[in-house]
Design a protein around this ligand. Structure first.
Ligand code: IPM
Ligand code: MG
Length: 361
């Protein structure tokens, strides 16, 4: 198979982890006889520096043409005091919206060899296997009115959390479809004791659930969910929630996996004529400017995102499984980066990428 992949390394450690992800992608292609046509474009802070915009028109056109997009991370400290509409992060919001990838799948699982990397007790973490499904193109990230306006002698900041029936229904359906191929359990997270958007969310989820009588549904308030994630994480199979709740709880989920550097993600929404997903693939972690350029960052979140791309955008289950298996072998071998607190000398970003390729064979 021949396919095109647009890479958007972005900022900070995005650059070095994407390099290793591409190394693994190329290796898989070589081994399985595929051809990946790679191109690279600008997104985030680097795009602001070079073009003045965090999501240049050229990047927008390229991501629409590509068969899949692989992203690193965005965000740089020099933009910390810039208004939201000019910041690197706005580029990420733009590409998610442009591609219509409304469902962000963030799998969180434990690895036997990483149990001691988590600050939680082994027995709590061992066997964790869930997917956080984060609604990605709606809610408070995009709602209007928004902004900071003058008021009296001070100011007023405004953001709007808003959801339509359709926006809730489609991400809910995606979650139930996923659950059908797993342990058949969906947990919907909301704040329906306070927020109207959450009341609508719960109502729509209950309606959609009727289409899936074989899947168990339960509801958790978001504050309780935050607690349950560390108290009893094994109860979760598929956990669906609105955009900002998903942003927050997926970072918490990273504690279960041992490090946020471990978490991959796949953002999908519409299918191509061949049935595969239009997808944006990115590790969950940020640009980590404090360790950028030091060959220290964990590339496994980015490499896991390549596995997700192979599976969802190209239907290559065997290739995806080969990447995941190789990642586990590398973890078992102890050749891991500093974030995973290895017993000996930590491996570099590049060494981990190379080790995954070796393990693929
Ligand atoms: C994430 C990140 C982004 C988000 C930032 C960088 C805009 O935290 O993907 O979780 O909030 O969506
Ligand atoms: Mg986040």
């Amino acid at each position: 198979m021949e396919f095109s992949v647009l890479t958007l390394p972005g900022d900070g450690i995005g650059i070095e982890v994407t390099r290793e992800a591409i190394r693994v992608l190329q290796h898989i292609c070589q081994k399985f006889g595929h051809k990946a046509n790679l191109s690279e474009a600008l997104l985030g802070g680097i795009a602001i520096h070079k073009t003045g915009s965090p999501f240049p028109a050229e990047t927008e056109a390229l991501c629409q043409q590509a068969d899949a997009t692989l992203m690193g991370a965005v965000g740089l400290p020099e933009f910390d005091n810039w208004p939201p509409e000019k910041r690197p992060e706005r580029g990420l919001l733009g590409i998610r919206k442009t591609l219509g990838v409304y469902a962000n799948l963030r799998p969180v699982r434990s690895y036997a060899s990483l149990l001691d990397s988590s600050p939680l007790k082994n027995h709590l973490v061992d066997g964790v296997d869930m997917i956080i499904v984060r609604e990605l193109t709606g809610g408070i990230y995009y709602g209007t009115p928004r902004g900071i306006t003058e008021e009296g002698s001070g100011h007023r900041g405004t953001n709007t959390m808003t959801y339509t029936t359709e926006e809730i229904a489609r991400v809910t359906r995606m979650s139930f479809e996923l659950a059908r191929n797993r342990r058949k359990k969906v947990t919907s997270v909301d704040k329906s004791n306070v927020l109207e958007t959450s009341q609508l969310w719960r109502r729509v989820v209950v309606e959609v659930a009727k289409e899936y009588p074989d899947v168990e549904l339960n509801h958790l308030l978001v504050d309780n969910c935050a607690m349950q994630l560390v108290l009893n994480p094994k109860q979760f199979d598929v956990v669906v929630m609105e955009n900002m709740f998903g942003d927050i709880l997926s970072d918490e989920g990273a504690v279960l996996a041992g490090s946020i550097g471990m978490l991959p993600s796949a953002s999908i929404g519409t299918r191509k004529p061949n049935g595969y997903w239009v997808g944006l693939y990115e590790p969950v972690h940020g640009s980590a400017p404090d360790i950028a350029g030091q060959n220290k960052a964990n590339p496994l979140g980015a490499i896991g995102s390549v596995a997700a791309m192979l599976e969802y955008s190209f239907g290559m289950k065997e290739e995806a499984a080969a990447v995941n298996k190789a990642m586990e072998a590398v973890l078992d071998s102890g050749r891991v980066t500093a974030d995973l607190r290895p017993k000996g000398q930590p491996a570099t970003t590049e060494q981990v990428g190379q080790a995954v390729c070796e393990a693929i064979g």
